[in-house]
Design a protein around this ligand. Structure first.
Ligand code: AP5
Length: 217
């Protein structure tokens, strides 16, 4: 029996992980899991996980590994993922990466590719301060680079667009430092396993997606 393939998007905040994952998942006909979206949903619902996660998200710090791992495992065990999935924002620490490998082994998945999207800090600041997301369907916009047709309204479902609480200049800088310290070591980890695909994210969305597709084939 061949194992179902898994694709991971990693990279600094605002590098376009969510944008690219939302393009790749429907193309492969598999679900897209976003750890950040799942944690924000938990915060909105004030669930047990949400109550733990809230202060970490607001401060731009990572939630504890055990919390992130439990949320990820619950998501990938979903029946919808049986033919594989695309995940962004997880794993984000070496400990998460090691446990993710074990999780995939246990659940009979094959980690096919880790796309590492790279962009410089100045670009990150431009992208994140201008980002708007749909409260209903999660579609991602940018006020300058990919604006919605009608101000404040989602093109896809008509839902309300909002700005994330952690998309302020101050918190973006914290997230970037956290990324460099805790997540960047994954580049080495996945280079050694031969799974890493380096993607230059400092191009327009379609160009980046072309690179992602090239890295698959
Ligand atoms: P998360 O939601 O994952 O945030 P992030 O990693 O900081 O990444 P972003 O969602 O901000 O950016 P993105 O790379 O997805 O970019 P996007 O496509 O939206 O995590 C949030 C928090 O949750 C963390 O800080 C932490 O607290 C917690 N958390 C999550 N996972 C965790 C884990 N595993 N362990 C512990 N804690 C965890 O694009 C950004 C903007 O740029 C958009 O406006 C978009 O339209 C625009 N854009 C995208 N691509 C392009 C392009 N090529 N050209 C121009 N504009 C572009």
């Amino acid at each position: 029996m061949s194992l179902a393939d898994v694709y991971v998007f990693a990279g600094p905040p605002g590098s376009g992980k969510g944008t690219q994952a939302k393009l790749l998942a429907p193309k492969l006909n598999v679900p897209h899991i976003s750890l950040g979206d799942l944690l924000r949903e938990a915060v909105r619902n004030a669930s047990k996980v949400g109550q733990i996660a809230k202060n970490y998200l607001d401060a731009g710090k990572l939630v504890p590994d055990n919390v992130a791992i439990d949320v990820a495992e619950e998501a990938v065990k979903n029946e919808e993922c049986r033919n594989g999935f695309v995940i962004d924002g997880f794993p984000r620490t070496l400990e998460q990466a090691v446990l993710f490998d074990k999780m995939l082994d246990k659940l009979k998945f094959n980690l096919k590719r880790v796309f590492y999207i790279d962009i410089p800090l100045e670009e990150i600041l431009k992208r994140l301060t201008g980002r708007r997301s749909c409260r209903t369907c999660g579609a991602i916009y940018h006020l300058t680079f990919s604006p919605p047709k009608a101000e404040g309204k989602c093109d896809v479902c008509g839902g309300e667009l909002y700005q994330r609480r952690d998309d302020t200049d101050e918190v973006i800088r914290v997230r970037y430092e956290v990324y460099k310290k805790q997540t960047a070591p994954l580049i080495d980890y996945y280079t050694k396993t031969g799974k890493l695909a380096y993607i230059n994210g400092n191009k327009d969305v379609a160009e980046v997606f072309k690179e992602v597709n090239k890295a698959i084939s």
